[in-house]
Design a protein around this ligand. Structure first.
Ligand code: HAM
Length: 431
């Protein structure tokens, strides 16, 4: 029986694969991450990488016990003799804050900007743009509460989207206030929903005790009907003075820089560590329920993870697969397949090692491949074409003894003979 990849995972395929789309193209993934890297590193972000698995407690305490991630979606890592104390990381923020604390990164100039890219794991039900192993580009800033840092983080997220050439993206901006503000809001929600308990979905009944705000994010249609009927006030109405001023400052910077955003008074993020600024980026082509990315401020997270002093932080993450779906929806095609500049084939078996040597020395200047067996000219051209090669060199005994190469351009049909000694110059000119 054939073995298939696990549900909710994807193979990132090589460029010449059949049925290739942007979101499963290894080349497109690499292209996207490189674009993001350039935007982030120009802003001073430094790369950080943390393990793919972490202590389960890190995620429980960091992401929060009331979240879907911790309650339903964690992949536990077992190994012989172990009791499941580790989990595959569902997101990057908690681990980056852990690494910051554990490695004394506080000694570096603040605010410290970090970025990472890699796979994240959540045992979600698979649907378009929702995977069990997906990839994020993640940006975090530690060590400042300044609204300027929030605004810059949002502007950088928009900067990445622009660099990719995406146009139909909207920023939905909100604030979930300080913990006291959230507590007041949760009290209001409890008072509002408790008399309606019977009408809430089972999930939302549970949320009412753990974190009432999450009811607003419910996917149940009957919950959403109830919300509309009750005319629930938004979190923004409950912002305290300081959180309100901070939120206005963030908006003022964005407006000054011409970064467009829509205020979304009901923004609720799916992780518990947020306070104050919170936002999501959406795109029509990917669907209203699926954000391209999201982020927010998490000033309490470091202490939650054991830091004695508060280390304020803010950041965001993009879903790479979702960005690629959005690009596809906007009509972006797969990048052109970059084949070898030179393909060398021997016409006789005895010349195969010579063909190999020619190609291998050509690699100092360009991408070069060779045929592993002798080939007739027609077969060599066919093979070269399938590999996307530009120039084919056929090596017969004449060429080998005379030290020449017979070159043909697959695309234009142009033919020329070249002294083998001139190959390096030829490749440099045509690279
Ligand atoms: P998040 O909203 O949970 O935030 O995830 C960020 C993005 O990752 C989502 O907007 C989505 O594009 C992508 N994503 C999440 N789950 C899946 C999935 N199952 N399949 C495909 N894509 C998915 C965070 O993870 C926070 N750590 C962001 C952050 C950084 N906040 C502060 N700093």
């Amino acid at each position: 029986m054939a073995i298939n990849r696990p549900k909710g995972t994807e193979d990132h395929l090589p460029a010449l694969s059949p049925k290739l789309t942007l979101d499963v193209s290894a080349q497109a993934h690499g292209w996207l991450v490189e674009k993001a890297r350039r935007v982030l590193e120009r802003a001073g972000a430094q790369r950080i990488d943390t393990p793919l698995f972490e202590e389960a407690d890190l995620v429980k305490r960091g992401v929060g016990g009331s979240t879907d991630i911790v309650r339903k979606e964690m992949f536990t890592v077992y190994y012989f003799g172990d009791h499941g104390g580790y989990i595959l990381r569902p997101e990057g923020t908690a681990a980056i804050v852990r690494a910051y604390l554990q490695n004394g990164l506080k000694q570096l100039p603040a605010p410290l900007k970090l970025w990472t890219h890699g796979p994240m794991f959540r045992a979600e039900r698979q649907q378009r743009g929702r995977l069990r192993q997906f990839h994020q580009v993640d940006y975090e800033v530690l060590g400042s509460t300044d609204a300027l840092v929030d605004a810059e983080a949002i502007a950088l997220m928009v900067g990445v989207v622009r660099e990719l050439g995406l146009t139909g993206v909207r920023v939905k901006l909100g604030s979930i206030g300080d913990p006291e503000d959230r507590e007041r809001y949760n009290t209001y929600l409890r008072e509002l929903f408790t008399p309606q308990l019977e009408r809430l979905s089972d999930d939302s009944k549970d949320r009412l005790t753990r974190n009432p705000m999450r009811i607003l994010d419910s996917k149940s249609a009957s919950d959403q009907e109830l919300l509309a009927e009750l005319g629930v006030k938004p979190m923004l109405d409950f912002l305290g003075e300081e959180a309100g001023a901070h939120f206005r400052a963030v908006q003022a910077y964005l407006t000054e820089w011409g970064v467009d955003y829509d205020i979304d008074p009901s923004i609720v993020r799916g992780l518990d560590y947020y306070r104050r600024t919170a936002w999501e980026l959406h795109h029509e082509g990917v669907g209203a329920k699926s954000a391209l990315g999201g982020g927010g401020r998490y000033d309490g997270l470091a202490q939650e993870l054991g830091s004695k002093e508060p280390i304020p932080g803010i950041g965001w993450a993009f879903g790479v697969e979702r960005l690629l779906l959005a690009l596809e929806a906007e009509g972006m095609a797969l990048p052109e397949i970059a084949g070898p500049l030179l393909y060398v084939a021997a016409l006789d078996e005895v010349n195969v090692p010579h063909a190999a040597r020619t190609a291998m020395s050509a690699r100092a200047h360009a991408r070069a491949e060779f045929a592993y067996r002798a080939m007739k000219p027609a077969a060599a051209f066919r093979d070269a074409e399938r590999r996307g090669a530009h120039w084919v060199a056929l090596l017969g005994t004449d060429e080998v003894t005379q030290g020449t190469l017979s070159l043909k351009n697959i695309r234009t049909g142009e033919q020329r003979s070249l002294a083998a000694a001139d190959l390096a110059t030829f490749l440099q000119e045509h690279a």
